[in-house]
Design a protein around this ligand. Structure first.
Ligand SMILES: [Zn+2]
Length: 297
């Protein structure tokens, strides 16, 4: 009995004196994220130490995504799963809990002030809740200010899971925050002249971008479906009134309705991908495209 104490304290001393590495199978933090922009954030904050996997396959609509056994098996190997607020994540959590898989769910969007979905409705007062079931708009990542919050959440979770690398994570976070703050100021400057203007999109991914920069997004898609002929006509009339010439399409969705609106207003369809990996560069491009569309060429 008396021997145990000295042995333990000896081990403790050895760890302190030689900074002994304790062999640990979990030395690398396996991370899974829902969508590509989160992977970019994790790579910027985690650097070389972290590699993450994206759950929703490229080109698929994350709103209607249902995780397959293959994806659940991936989660079983992960230590951290960064959610973002998509509808499938809660159902996934139930499956993971039922299966007794010990992966930790971390909400990368925690602390972001959400926009309720019914705000997608048109100005005429008839509100169209979209496919997110009247809950909060999940497209938080299309905003430099929100990305700063997400980066902070990710850095905190990585530091908790891997305290040995807390300092590099903090340094990476600081650098990323500075870049995102600069991007935010830059975009605000470029879009200032268009305050209050409407831009037309197929899928309503851009509510946070619009809120940040004083713009309005008008969506072709209603309740996750292509609009009825009457709804489409209403949108076309609004777009004509606003002298719009561009409809932004999203590659995860059929561009037919966007093309119909563009034809009716003698405009064109311009692609904007809400799920591009390099989300900061994508926001820059988005600002350019929207500025070009709003300056009526
Ligand atoms: Zn969406």
């Amino acid at each position: 009995m008396t021997r145990r104490v000295p042995l333990l304290s000896l081990l403790g001393c050895a760890i302190l004196m030689f900074n002994l590495a304790i062999p640990n199978a979990d030395a690398t933090v396996n991370v899974v994220v829902s969508i590509a922009p989160q992977k970019w954030l994790v790579s910027r904050v985690g650097g070389e130490a972290i590699d993450s996997e994206i759950l929703v396959p490229a080109g698929q609509d994350p709103h209607t995504f249902e995780p397959k056994p293959r994806q659940i098996a991936r989660l079983a190997k992960a230590r951290l799963y960064f959610t973002v607020g998509l509808p499938f994540e809660e159902r996934l959590r139930e499956k993971i809990d039922d299966a007794g898989i010990p992966v930790r769910f971390k909400n990368s969007a925690a602390g972001i002030v959400k926009i309720p979905c019914p705000e997608y409705g048109h100005e005429d007062g008839d509100v169209h809740p979209d496919q997110h079931d009247g809950k909060d708009d999940p497209h938080v990542w299309l905003s430099p200010a929100n990305l700063m919050v997400m980066a902070q959440n990710i850095a905190q979770a990585l530091s908790e899971a891997d305290p040995a690398n807390a300092r590099p994570y903090a340094n990476n976070l600081k650098k990323l925050q500075e870049e995102l703050a600069a991007l935010d100021r830059d975009i605000a400057g470029r879009l200032k002249a268009f305050a209050g203007a409407s831009f037309y999109v197929f899928h309503p991914s851009f509510a946070y971008f619009a809120r940040d920069y004083g713009l309005r997004q008008e969506a072709v898609e209603i309740e996750g479906k292509s609009p009825s002929p009457k709804q489409l006509q209403h949108l076309i009339n609004e777009a004509r009134k606003n002298k719009a010439r561009v409809v932004f399409s999203q590659p995860q969705f059929d561009p037919k309705s966007a093309e119909a609106v563009a034809r009716a207003i003698h405009g064109r369809v311009v692609p904007l991908d809400p799920l591009a990996y390099e989300v900061a560069a994508n926001l820059n491009l988005m600002a350019d495209s929207i500025a070009a569309a709003l300056s009526h060429e």
